[in-house]
Unconditional design. Structure first.
Length: 169
């Protein structure tokens, strides 16, 4: 009998388990467009293209890799780096993507629109990333007890996913 996985953990396991990634992409894209509509924000075609590139996998993607992908699809019209950075800035501000600081790269958010702190599990072998929902309450409580006002929280935990562990044996 398979052990029941708590709902919060279910989202994190998606990146590290076989799943219908096309369905995953559609759901996250739909959620992201819904967030923008609810906030009365216009998701430009360029922002949408950047988001779709990030939704293509559970791997972090660097800004210049995004730029290269956009330029491949743009043909002869070359896109300048500031255009990509503006799109990334918008998507981050609205909680649609995250910056994986240790990789200097970006990944789509599995909880579009949530602007609270993020926690990530990063496989150092396959480079896949799983996002955990919520914030580290213990750490935030400790900061609060010291009178420290947290405005940004990012936790990155590096290790080896179960699939990579199997291949290492």
């Amino acid at each position: 009998m398979r052990k029941k996985i708590p709902e919060k953990s279910r989202q994190a396991e998606i990146a590290f388990r076989k799943h219908d990634h096309r369905r995953c992409q559609r759901q996250l894209l739909s959620a992201a467009t819904r967030v923008c509509a609810e906030r009365k924000l216009r998701l430009t075609s360029r922002q949408l293209q950047v988001l779709e590139i990030l939704l293509a996998s559970h791997h972090p993607v660097g800004a210049y890799d995004i730029l290269a992908e956009l330029n491949r699809s743009a043909g002869h019209d070359q896109i300048a780096p500031p255009i990509v950075y503006r799109a990334l800035e918008f998507l981050m501000t609205e909680g649609l993507i995250h910056r994986i600081e240790s990789r200097n790269a970006f990944i789509s958010c599995v909880h579009p629109g949530h602007c609270c702190g993020a926690r990530f599990l990063i496989c150092r072998d396959c480079d896949q990333v799983a996002e955990l929902e919520g914030r580290d309450r213990g750490l935030l409580a400790a900061a609060d007890s010291l009178g420290f006002a947290v405005d940004h929280s990012m936790v990155e935990i590096t290790g080896i996913c179960a699939e990579c562990q199997k291949h290492a044996e």
